[in-house]
Design a binder for this molecule. Structure first.
Ligand code: GLN
Length: 523
C-alpha cells in the first residue's frame, strides 16, 4: 500500500478534506483502489458526543461509527463505504494503549508517546487500509498544534517503515491576499513548512488555497522557499461547487505528479461520470426552492449530508436547488407563513424539545397544503406526532420531551433500552419495504439497508390507529421498528426513521431525495 499524508497549515477550515478527497477521486480515476483515514487529534474517542455547532454534522457509517464529516467527503468522492476504523482520534489511540498497558501487554516497559503511542497510530492507520492500493491520511487541525504532534511523528516514522517511494506528504495551506495591493502573501506558508520541517517532514506537494488562482510569482516563491519543485505547487482557488475541485486539480497535472512520485503508472483515465455530474450541475433547466426547517441553521455544516443529497438529486433532475434555512423557533413565533414560496419542505434529524413545536407545525403545513415533504429521523417522528395530534385528536408526544405524555406515540421501547443500554441505534439495518406502497415504487425492491442514529422509536401500539386513514408505514426494519411513513393522496409526503442522506452519492442520489424533488416538477 502507498500512502499520501495530507497536513494543513496556517488556519483550519480551508477545505483540507475536500482537497484530499478530490486527490483520492483522481487517483481512483486512474484505476487505483483508494481509501482514506481521517485523524482528529482531539481527545474524544469519536465524534458521537460532539455538538454539531462545533464540528458540523456527525456522519454515520454503515458499521455504526459516528465520525467526522470529512469521512462523508471520502465516501461521496470515492464512492466507497468506510467504517469506524477510518476515523482515528487521540482518545481512541490513548484508550487502546492504556488498555493494553492494564492488560500487561507492555510488561516491564516504560510506556511512552514514542514508541508506544506512535506505534499504535501506525498500526491503526495501516489496518484501516483493507485491500486498498493507495491510502490518504488526512491530519486534522494545523501543523504546530500540540495535539497533532504524536500523529505527525508517527507519519514521519511511517516513511522510514514503508520506504520513501511509497509515501508522499502534501500540505494544504492558505495564501492570503492583501486587498489594497492585490499581492498574494506566501510568508504564512513558509512558516508552516518550517514547522513541518522541524518535525522532520518535508512536503512533496503544496496545495495553495486562496480566493484567486495562485500568481506565477507566488508559485515561484513558495517553490523556492519551501523546497518543492514548481510542478508540486498546486493552486486551489475558491470555487462555488466543491465537486469541481477534482477537475481544477487534475488540470494542473497533480495526478500525474503524484503517480510519478509514488512510482505508479496510470492504468486508465476515467473521469467521465464525474464530468457528467458536474455538467448537469452547471446546466440546470429550472430552479427548485427548498425549505429546510432546523435548529442548527446558523452552521450549515450541521446539515452537510442533507445539502449534498439535495445536490446529487438536483443534478440528476437538472434542477438548481435554492435552499431557504428556516429556524423552527421562528416558525413558533411567526407561523408557517415563513414557509410560503417554497416548492418543498425538508425536516432533517434533530434532538430535544427546543424548536420541535415549530417543526410539527411545518409538518402540518406540508400535509394540509399538498407541499412535497420529506422528514428524516426526527422529522419522521414529528410527522407521526403531528398526525396523531391534529388528525387523530390524541394528546400525543415523544417521551424525548414529555416523559409523562398521555400518548407516547414516539418512545424508547423497553426491550430496546435493555438491549442497547440506553445508547443510540446506530449504523445500517436491513429494512423490509411493503409491497404495493410508494416506497416500493421508489426502491423497486423488498429489502434495503440504510443508516440510523436515533434513540426513540414509533410506538407499535399506535401503528394500527395511524394506519386507519391515509397514512401507512411502508418500511419496517427486520427487528420490527417502523422505518418509513407515507401518505396516500398527497403529492409527496414521506418520512424515514433512517438517514437516506448518508448513502447519497454523485450520480447515485438517494432514492427518497430524488423522488421528493422530482415531485415538485411533476405535480
Ligand atoms: N431525537 C430523536 C431520537 O433520538 C431523533 C434523532 C435524529 O434525528 N437523529 O430518536
Amino acid at each position: 500500500m502507498k500512502f499520501i499524508i495530507v497536513t494543513g497549515g496556517v488556519i483550519s477550515g480551508i477545505g483540507k478534506g475536500i482537497t484530499a478527497a478530490s486527490i483520492g477521486r483522481l487517483l481512483k480515476s486512474r484505476g487505483f483502489k483508494v481509501t482514506a483515514v481521517k485523524i482528529d487529534p482531539y481527545l474524544n474517542c469519536d465524534a458521537g458526543t460532539m455538538n454539531p455547532y462545533q464540528h458540523g454534522e456527525v456522519y454515520v457509517m454503515d458499521d455504526g461509527g459516528e465520525v467526522d464529516l470529512d469521512l462523508g467527503h471520502y465516501e461521496r468522492f470515492l464512492d466507497i463505504e468506510l467504517g469506524k476504523k477510518n476515523n482515528i482520534t487521540t482518545g481512541k489511540v490513548y484508550l487502546n494503549v492504556i488498555e493494553k498497558e492494564r492488560k500487561g501487554d507492555y510488561l516491564g516497559e516504560t510506556v511512552q508517546i514514542i514508541p508506544h503511542i506512535t506505534n499504535e497510530i501506525i498500526g491503526e492507520v495501516i489496518s484501516a487500509g483493507d485491500s486498498a492500493e493507495i491510502m490518504l491520511v488526512e491530519m486534522g487541525g494545523t501543523v504546530g498544534d500540540i495535539e497533532s504532534m504524536p500523529f505527525l511523528e508517527a507519519m514521519r516514522e511511517l516513511r522510514i517503515r514503508v520506504g520513501k517511494e511509497n509515501i508522499l506528504f502534501g500540505h494544504v495551506t492558505l495564501v492570503p491576499e492583501i486587498k489594497t495591493t492585490g499581492e498574494q502573501k506566501t510568508k504564512p506558508t513558509q512558516h508552516s513548512i518550517m514547522a513541518l520541517r522541524e518535525i522532520g517532514i518535508r512536503p512533496d506537494f503544496i496545495i495553495a488555497r486562496g480566493e484567486k488562482p495562485l500568481e506565477p510569482q507566488a508559485r515561484s516563491k513558495i517553490s523556492l522557499f519551501c523546497d518543492v519543485e514548481r510542478k508540486g505547487i498546486i493552486s486551489a482557488p475558491d470555487v462555488e461547487n466543491p465537486y469541481e475541485i477534482v477537475l481544477k486539480l487534475d488540470e494542473q497535472g497533480v495526478t500525474e505528479y503524484i503517480l510519478e512520485k509514488l512510482h505508479l503508472k496510470a492504468r486508465c483515465n476515467e473521469l467521465e461520470d464525474w464530468i457528467n455530474f458536474i455538467e448537469s450541475m452547471r446546466n440546470p433547466t429550472r430552479e427548485v426552492k427548498i425549505a429546510i426547517v432546523g435548529k442548527y441553521i446558523g452552521l450549515k455544516d450541521s446539515y452537510l449530508s442533507h445539502i449534498e443529497a439535495i445536490k446529487h438529486a438536483a443534478a440528476e433532475l437538472k434542477l438548481k436547488p435554492i435552499i431557504s434555512w428556516i429556524s423552527a423557533e421562528d416558525i413558533e413565533r411567526k407561523g408557517t407563513n415563513l414557509l410560503k414560496g417554497n416548492d418543498c419542505l425538508l425536516i432533517p434529524g434533530g434532538f430535544g424539545k427546543r424548536g420541535s413545536k415549530g417543526k410539527i407545525d411545518a409538518c402540518r403545513h406540508a400535509r394540509e397544503n399538498n407541499v412535497p415533504f420529506l422528514g428524516v429521523c426526527f422529522g419522521f417522528q414529528l410527522a407521526v406526532i403531528e398526525y396523531c395530534r391534529n388528525v387523530l385528536g390524541l394528546d400525543a408526544n415523544s417521551t424525548e420531551f414529555d416523559p409523562d405524555t398521555a400518548n407516547p406515540v414516539v418512545t424508547i421501547l423497553e426491550d430496546q433500552s435493555e438491549r442497547l443500554g440506553g445508547t443510540m441505534r446506530l449504523g445500517s439495518y436491513p429494512i423490509k419495504i411493503v409491497k404495493g406502497t410508494k416506497a416500493f415504487e421508489i426502491y423497486g425492491k423488498e429489502k434495503i439497508g440504510e443508516r440510523h442514529r436515533h434513540r426513540y422509536e414509533v410506538n407499535p401500539e399506535y401503528v394500527s390507529e395511524v394506519e386507519k386513514g391515509k397514512m401507512k408505514f411502508s418500511g419496517i426494519s427486520d427487528d420490527g421498528f417502523m422505518e418509513l411513513l407515507e401518505m396516500k393522496g398527497h403529492r409527496f409526503y414521506m418520512a424515514s426513521q433512517f438517514h437516506p442522506e448518508f448513502k447519497s452519492r454523485p450520480g447515485k442520489p438517494a432514492p427518497l431525495f430524488l423522488e421528493w424533488m422530482k415531485s415538485t416538477i411533476s405535480g
